[in-house]
Design a binder for this molecule. Sequence first.
Ligand SMILES: CC(C)(COP(=O)(O)OP(=O)(O)OC[C@H]1O[C@@H](n2cnc3c(N)ncnc32)[C@H](O)[C@@H]1OP(=O)(O)O)[C@@H](O)C(=O)NCCC(=O)NCCS
Length: 173
Amino acid sequence: MMKTEAYSSLSAATRAVLEQYVEEEFGQVPFVQEREWARPDWVLLAYEGDAIATFCHVVLREVSIDGQTYKVAGINNVITPKAYRGKGYASQVLRQAAPFIFSQLGCAYGLLLCADALLPFYSRLGWYSLSNCTLYYHQPTGEQLYDSNTMLLLPPGQQPIRPQHIHLNGLPW
Ligand SMILES: CC(C)(COP(=O)(O)OP(=O)(O)OC[C@H]1O[C@@H](n2cnc3c(N)ncnc32)[C@H](O)[C@@H]1OP(=O)(O)O)[C@@H](O)C(=O)NCCC(=O)NCCS
């Protein structure tokens, strides 16, 4: 079963479970520890019985892309707890994310930041990576340049864009 929930309407118990998974997966990663991150607006979940089999966060943001502002859905914290991995749950949640962000939220693009290892996984799900594109985001200390992969998801039928400058206009995700 799949569910889409506003992050603010999650029960305290569910939020605690999600925060625990995020901490387990990314709590020890220096890049993550050393930065401040955006709060999610939405969470997409897949369940196996009553248990959370995968979830991902969605951050809504007005992002600058080559000087124009677009409503963007930022995807992050795609996590499948270990017992549920390799069964297609994350792929299922990410496929479900597309109609949600484009039809329901009315976003122009999906945008995620990821390490090299995950490029093939997201590519299989229709995301494409930008080359020669600088991406900046806010931190309490000032602007920071992101130096790994930026991937975009387009609404069905739209031709790929190849921007050179992106500013997230806020904390990263
Ligand atoms: C990445 C992750 C979400 C995949 O979840 P999943 O439900 O097992 O995904 P699916 O079953 O839909 O697809 C599995 C595929 O993901 C890819 N994959 C999973 N982990 C990967 C990794 N560390 N590096 C590269 N590819 C990976 C593989 O292609 C895998 O296919 P395989 O099972 O044939 O090897 C899960 O492994 C996870 O939670 N990892 C830790 C958190 C993380 O890195 N999240 C993504 C970055 S935000």
